[in-house]
Structures are given as structure tokens and as C-alpha cells.
Design a protein around this ligand. Sequence first.
Ligand code: G4P
Length: 528
Amino acid sequence: MGFNEEIHRRRTFAIISHPDAGKTTLTEKFLLFGGAIQVAGAVKSNKIRKTATSDFMEIEKQRGISVATSVMAFDYHNMKVNLLDTPGHKDFAEDTYRTLTAVDSVILVVDAVKGVEEQTEKLMGVCRMRNTPVIVFVNKMDREGGNPFDLLDELEKKLNIKVRPLSWPISNGARFKGVYNIYEKNLQLFRPNKTTIEDEKVVIRDLNDSVLDKQIGEFAGQLREDMELINGVYDPFTPEKYLEGSVAPVFFGSALNNFGVKELLDCFVEISPSPRGRMSDTRMVEPEEPKFSGFVFKIHANLDPRHRDRIAFLRIVSGKFERNKFYHHVRIDKDFRFANPVNFMAQDKNLIEEAYPGDVVGLYDTGNFKIGDTLTEGENFMYKGIPSFSPEIFKELINTDPLKTKQLEKGVQQLTDEGVAQLFVQQPGNKKIIGTVGELQFEVIQYRLLQEYGASCRFAALPLHKACWMTFSDPKFFDEFTRFRSQRVAFDKDENPVYLAETAWALNDAIVKNPGIEFHFTSDFKLN
Ligand code: G4P
């Protein structure tokens, strides 16, 4: 197969959802269709249950599962599908944001009963920032839910995107009859707990055909009415609008019952984008370019504390990646070659010889990589990633074993390179402030510092509201700012000055009184 054909048959995507909407169940059904697993139950949920926050073994187990399922690749209809896993727990939302930089499209799973939930809104916000094409799957139609038109309205309002149903449910809950596939013009009848994967479809070109009445009886009239309304309210579906990220096609079904899943997957491989180019700090890089390039979007520490090596996950943007070939690590200006690059197939890791744009390769690393690093065949550019967001919880890290200071420094450095949390340092005194989006990270940091680096620490809560990055045209503005607020200034890992605001009021006051300083709530100013 030629280079361009290899690119165009790839589909790299993520499934996102609020916990419990059915992401794991849907993933598993996709893998069954793709032949990557043979039995249901093979994919473990990567959820950390709330009750497990102090159960460190649970966190370790979670890390084990998430490395095994980081990328699940499978073939389907001669397409190579790369499904990137995202953590279920909201405290790991930043991990998910970063994974979204490495995909070309997403499938959003929504619980038909619960509708749009908080985390769905946040994740979709990130997709909207990048105009990532989205397909929505409304799951759990076998449960009693609300009116599908209301749900579509809610999706449009809360997710700030136009929707277009491509299938339509016939009732729900105990009376759920099935879906009418608007895209393919056929009727699929619901059989609960259908474990087989062959499809049972009745082609219905004309909804006025009496076959419809024969199949769904009293529900036929409602379906005809609904379809009339849909055709009146929604514009006809065009793949272009979906690809530019302005319209999200919607499917209805039940992942648990394997219902509507195959239709979703068939449509997905047909309309979703093949690997797209990425913007670097110097130019746009297209997948068809012959020279290899890619970026690291995730780093996973080794589960075995005796081996300090880690796996860096690299998304290939352009050219062909080859084992044992030297590539240029742009940030540290050094060349590296990789003797054991791996790919991931459901539960297995396999050594690979080559990989193509859209693929994700795992590179063993002894501490050279940070999230966002770029590898090229020599050219000097860095890919723009998802920025860090201002953390929501702040704590001072206090060393409780002075004999292990070096280990602590190294551990904190490496864990923050992995993106576990953000580090801000305050002078004088080298005070370390850790910022995260969730409480769980503090437990992870404390546990891992001890297990992997032999360093012990405790955290002291800091009543801070936000960390804002500051830029200024003239250093005198910053000097002036520091004169009055030296206690509130710290520096991030790249030595960028950060204002640690204690309240929303103080932040506003600082903004009003310092017109010479620009305050940023995400770190993406670094990329401009
Ligand atoms: P998540 O990864 O998005 O967090 O969700 P997951 O797939 O783990 O599904 C959450 C729960 O919802 C599971 O039940 C799962 O069986 C159920 N579920 C998924 N799809 C459907 C569906 O189409 N209909 C119905 N009725 N339920 C569905 P659980 O009891 O929490 O877990 P388990 O003990 O069954 O694993």
C-alpha cells in the first residue's frame, strides 16, 4: 500500500463522555466489531470510584489499565482505526484535554436519561476551541428518558454546536422499538440483550409505505410526524459542515445492548476525517509531507519503581516513522533513535518497524521528554499543543525528609513533566506550589514521590483563587507590580511570571491597576 493510501485509511479519534454515560461499553463494542477482542468484558473501565480516593492500589491499578488501553488500534472495513483512551475521572481532565490534541475527531457519548452533564460541557468546550469534528451518540435508549427533541435542544444550547439527527428513536425505555436510520433510510428493530453482531434491518425508502405500520404498529404515525418535523427544522446533513466542526450528527442507541453501535461505527469510518495537519510555531505541517514529525501528548511512568523509564506517547503528524532511525528532539537540540518503539492493540504492546501519520507510537524514555515535545527529521519547529489551564486547587509542597531533598526535586520535576500537576516556584526560599484541577492529584503525587523517588512530603492548603500568567511590553511594569505584590508572584517551570491571586476581587483589582500587564488564564500565550 502506498504512503498516501496508508494515511487516508487512518481514523484517529477519542470517545468522550461524562463518567457512567457508557464510554467503556461503547469502546468494547467497537473493539468487538474490529476483531481486536473476542469477548465482552475484556476492556476494564478506567474509572476511579469516588470511594477509592485513599486507596492507592486503586490508583496504581488505574495507571496499569490506562497504559494498556491508552491507544486501541483495530482494522475495520479496511480502515485503520486508532481509538485514544481518555481518563474517566474528572480530576484527570487535563490528561483528556491533552489527548484531544492528538485526535482528528471525537465521538461524544451522552446518557439519554441524564442529558448533557457538566464534564461533557467542558470537554466539548475544548473540541470547539480546535474545531474538532464531533459525532454524538445518545446512549441508554432502553431506559425511560425524555423527549428526543428536547435533548437535541439541550445539546445545541449547552454544547454550543448545531446538531443534526442521522438516526431517530422510536419511543424509549420499556417501549423502545428501535431506530430509523435517516442516513441509510432503514429501520432497525430493537431486541434487548442482542449479543450477536449481525444486523437486522428493514429498508424503508418511503415512510408512507405500509411496511412501516406492519413493523412498528401504533408507533408509525409518531415516527412520520417526527420525521416531518426533523426535515423542517434541521438542514440536510452535509459532511463538510461536520468536518469543519460546525454541525454534529447525532445517533441514538444502546451500547449495552449493542444496538445502533454498528451504524455509528459504519458512519464514523465513512465521514470522519483522515489524519489532519497540525500548526507548528513556524508553519502548517501536512500529513503527506515526506519528512517525519510528531509531538508528545502524554507521558506514562513505568509501573515498576525499579525501572525509572517511562513511555512517551507520540502522535505522528507527517511522514513515516521508522525504528532505529535518528530523529531530532527540537527542544533540547539532540538526535535520538528508538530501538523499541511500540504500538498498542487492545491489551497488547507490539514492537513496530514503522508507523504513519495518525498513528500513536510509544517511545521508551529515560527522562528526555516533556509533554508537548516535538520530534522532526531535522527541521526546527515545535507543535502547538493544548495549553495548561489555570489550576483550581493550590497547595504548598513541604519536604518532610531533608535527607531526600535531591530525590524530591527530581521527582517533582519529572511528575510535572508528565503533566500530573503544575509547579510554581516562589522566591526567596524556593517555595514550591503545586496547582491541580482535582484533589486526587495530590494523593498521586505524594504516593508516587515516596514509591518511585523515596521522598516524603506533605501539603499545606493555600487559599488561592487562580494563577494567571503575566506578559508585559516593558519590565518596569512587572517591577512595579512586584513592589506591591511580591508575596503573590511565582514562576512556572519555564520561568514565566505568574500572579497567584487570592480572590476574584484581588485579581480584578490587579487587572484594573496594572494596564501595562496582560493577564492570561491559559498558558497558550507562550505559543504565540
Ligand atoms: P463510562 O465508561 O462512560 O463511565 O460508562 P460505562 O461504559 O462503564 O457504563 C456505565 C454503566 O452504564 C454500566 O453499568 C453499564 O453497564 C451501563 N450502560 C452502558 N450502556 C448502557 C445502555 O445502553 N443501557 C443501559 N441500561 N445501561 C448501560 P454499571 O452497573 O455501572 O457497571 P457494570 O457493573 O454493568 O459494569
